[in-house]
Design a protein around this ligand. Structure first.
Ligand SMILES: [Fe+2]
Length: 127
């Protein structure tokens, strides 16, 4: 298969704040401007292209990132340093906890626009 996700648009309440937050919290390269977008590139070359959205067109989305164990430690440390709320589940019932699904670790937190972000060390369905 040669079809790969290359980029997607992420609507933001403030694209500069949102793009900077993502690159800083995940430890990714600084956002790069391209037209009206601020693009953050993940390790698998997919770019998240942040765009300011009008209030009317804003929809909260979910973005999950697969990370190494050492990266999880670093990212989770940044989440706690910033005193961001985090949850073990997407329904936000288990606040202040992480999960250990599929023999790995996972945690949910929000970006400045309210998008639900997730980091996991094992893909869903791993045995
Ligand atoms: Fe998810």
């Amino acid at each position: 298969m040669t079809v790969k996700l290359n980029h997607t648009i992420v609507h933001a309440r403030d694209k500069r704040a949102a793009a900077a937050f993502l690159s800083e919290i995940l430890g990714l390269p600084q956002p790069v401007a391209f037209g009206p977008f601020l693009c953050v590139k993940a390790g698998n070359e997919v770019t998240l292209d942040f765009l300011d959205a009008d209030e009317g067109e804003f929809i909260v989305e979910h973005y999950a990132f697969l990370v190494e164990d050492s990266e999880f430690d670093q990212i989770f440390a940044r989440i706690r340093e910033r005193r961001l709320p985090y949850w073990a589940d997407p329904g936000k019932r288990q606040r202040g906890e992480i999960n250990t699904h599929f023999g790995g670790r996972g945690v949910y937190f929000e970006d400045p626009s309210g998008h639900m972000l997730e980091i996991i060390t094992r893909p869903y369905g791993s045995s």
